[in-house]
Ligand binder design. Structure first.
Ligand SMILES: Nc1ncnc2c1ncn2[C@@H]1O[C@H](COP(=O)(O)OP(=O)(O)OP(=O)(O)O)[C@@H](O)[C@H]1O
Ligand SMILES: [Mg+2]
Length: 243
């Protein structure tokens, strides 16, 4: 049985810069898989390659057994892959409801779309309360929840999230992660990238540590937090301890 998403030998280059070299991993159905790594590790490049947003230099990507390597982004969305990019890109002048509807533009099942809108507004009272307000007036955490819900409106099989906790207060990060857990419980597989290693480890079934375009270490939260090589893998430097 193949995994939902299989990535092998993935290489992404921007001119002379190698963002990813030979990255391989699997994401199984109904899992939460995390990729953690510092600034510039290649996290965004990895998600962008899967979503068809950046060209891949070499390697293979299969989704439900199909080669999706050269699919443009819209086709990837049609196949069930949704990406929530870094930076909470709501359309600030449109209302919360209008932003949510935009997530469903690839669908033509009007009744299903109405149902999903009801379901998300029910599930996320913050969005319900502010459904008719311009999205630009929401707080950072509310905007993050809105962009996740908007991505879910495309009815993805795989939801990919780029640093959903970035710049949010710890309490708000918890709310966003509660939403991520609820998403998995509703049967959507999740691939999340984070610099917030602690938060990602706490939620993921399996985590990969990416640094300088290479996966340095992989495992469960328990194995990674007890691994003496964890810090070296994450920070790329051997830390000096005063004993
Ligand atoms: N469009 C681009 N053109 C040239 N170099 C790029 C481009 N995008 C990313 N890079 C470089 O590729 C490497 C990986 O970047 P990437 O954005 O994938 O990392 P990241 O882990 O998402 O980092 P961050 O934590 O800053 O979001 C970095 O060296 C970055 O400078
Ligand atoms: Mg990034």
């Amino acid at each position: 049985m193949s995994a939902l998403l299989e990535v092998r030998g993935l290489k992404v280059r921007y001119g002379q810069i190698t963002a990813l070299s030979e990255v391989g991993l699997d994401v199984g159905e109904d899992e939460i898989v995390a990729i953690i790594g510092p600034n510039g590790a290649g996290k965004t490049s990895f998600l962008s390659a899967i979503a068809g947003v950046v060209p891949v230099t070499s390697g293979t990507i299969t989704f439900r057994g199909d080669d999706i390597l050269s699919l443009p982004m819209e086709e990837a969305v049609r196949k069930g892959i949704a990406l929530v990019p870094e930076g909470r890109h709501v359309l600030p002048g449109l209302t919360v409801l209008e932003n949510l509807k935009l997530g469903a533009t690839i669908r033509n099942d009007a009744a299903g779309i109405r149902n999903d809108l009801e379901r998300f507004l029910d599930a996320f009272p913050i969005l319900h309360e502010r459904r008719d307000e311009p999205a630009g007036r929401l707080s950072g955490g509310e905007q993050q929840m809105l962009v996740i819900a908007r991505a879910l409106m495309s009815r993805p099989t795989l939801l990919m999230l780029d640093e959903p906790s970035l710049g949010l207060a710890p309490r708000i990060v918890e709310q966003v992660y509660d939403m991520i857990k609820a998403t998995r419980e509703s049967g959507v597989t999740v691939l999340v990238v984070e610099q917030n290693a602690r938060r990602a480890l706490a939620v993921a079934d399996r985590t990969h540590v990416l640094n300088s375009g290479v996966i340095r270490l992989s495992g469960t939260a328990e194995t990674l937090s007890n691994d003496p090589d964890f810090e070296v893998a994450y920070f790329g430097l051997r830390t000096v301890r005063n004993e």
